[in-house]
Ligand binder design. Structure first.
Ligand code: KG4
Ligand code: ZN
Length: 348
């Protein structure tokens, strides 16, 4: 027996996970929930860009074309074969139903053929757990701000398998607001990184855009009024023939979103009486958001964690991480697992 090889192998279950909830086809192999052996992401972003957003039917078809190749690549990059896999995890919601179904069907087939447990994972819980991959010392309890193209939620993570939704948006998600405003400014999809780039050259105090529900003792968000205010500002200027400084619009818009997200996150941390805050989801890639959250947490003696860029946007490693903790808790799905497009956080 070669003991050096055994010692070098990270301990824990080898989980293969699939993520196909939106426009990234991803497969990853993660050991013991925390060690990423591979995380392959095939992005469809260039394909959807010409439509200004994700076209669900195109996304589903592309997932079908990509999934087997992405799984093969993830296994090869991890130095594993299917026989090494202890469990198969998959995102089963929330997301686009046709897109989710591709991952769910593939995961069910693999789990059945390999005779290993199948784990259904909530996409948002996956985003939260991206932080566990990045920070080995991080453990619940903590409050997570989940900000993506489809969601803006504050979650009290009481334990590895105990999630409580504290508040969410009443209308648009933060990422959706970034994408919609980028679109009216003729910036390509996805809009978040484009607005951030433009904002870097602008004055964040140039225009006083609204900050909805700020100062209220609740943990709800609303971004549709902000979206309308920016549209009105641009339309008024164009009707009057006045020049618009787009970097100032981008910077003021971003400042409005960021200040609301920071205020509500601190309120959630106070209400939950936790000492740790994490951010997750695609909008967590935003530097101003991370900086403002980080300094607000420092001022309030809270530890703050934000995942690196590659783990912020959709990827299967975060799904494998979450699947590992569900596996350890015996939360195993059967072959009746179906896609649940509007799956709620905390009910899974
Ligand atoms: O989590 P994600 O990859 O997919 C969803 O589950 O929605 O998030 C994508 C969202 C898009 O709305 C995109 O515009 C936004 O994240 N995003 C950003 C940035 N990078 C991506 N928003 C603001 N600033 C960024 N740097
Ligand atoms: Zn996502």
């Amino acid at each position: 027996m070669n003991t050096s090889q055994i010692q070098a192998r990270p301990a824990g279950n080898v989980v293969l996970a699939l993520e196909t909830s939106c426009d990234e086809t991803s497969a990853a192999v993660v050991v013991g929930g925390r060690t990423i052996l591979s995380n392959v992401i095939s992005s469809q972003v260039p394909l959807h860009r010409k439509y200004g957003g994700v076209v669900p039917e195109i996304a589903s078809r592309k997932h079908i074309e990509n999934i087997i190749g992405v799984v093969d690549e993830a296994l090869t990059a991890a130095g594993k074969t299917l026989s090494d896999i202890d469990a198969v995890g998959v995102t089963y919601g929330p997301g686009l139903v046709g897109a989710l179904l591709v991952g769910v069907a593939a995961a069910k087939a693999m789990a059945f053929a390999l005779d290993v447990p199948l784990i259904g994972v909530n996409h948002l819980e996956g985003h939260v757990f991206a932080n566990l991959l990045a920070f080995p010392e991080l453990e619940p309890p903590f409050v997570a701000l989940v900000v993506s193209g489809g969601h803006t939620s504050l979650v009290h993570v009481r334990g590895f398998n105990a999630f409580e939704l504290m508040g969410q948006t009443r209308d648009d998600a933060a990422g959706e607001a970034f994408d919609k405003i980028a679109r009216v400014m003729d910036l390509p999809y996805p809009g978040g990184p484009e607005i951030e780039r433009l904002a870097a050259a602008g004055n964040r105090e140039a225009i006083a855009f609204p900050r909805a529900l700020v100062g209220k003792d609740n943990l709800e968000f609303s971004f549709s009024g902000l979206k309308s205010a920016v549209l009105n500002y641009l339309n008024n200027a164009s009707q009057k023939g006045e020049p618009v400084i787009l970097p100032d619009v981008a910077a003021s818009f971003q400042a409005s979103i960021v200040s609301v997200l920071v205020e509500k996150t601190l309120l959630a941390a106070r209400k939950a009486a936790v000492g740790t805050v994490v951010v997750a989801g695609g909008v967590a890639a935003n530097t101003e958001l991370k900086q403002e959250l980080s300094s607000a947490c420092a001022r309030n003696n809270l530890r703050f964690f934000a995942p690196p860029l590659a783990l912020c946007t959709d990827n299967a490693a975060m799904i494998a991480c979450r699947a590992n903790y569900k596996l350890e808790a015996g939360e195993i799905a059967d072959l009746s697992l179906n896609a649940v497009p509007s799956l709620k956080l905390g009910n899974s």
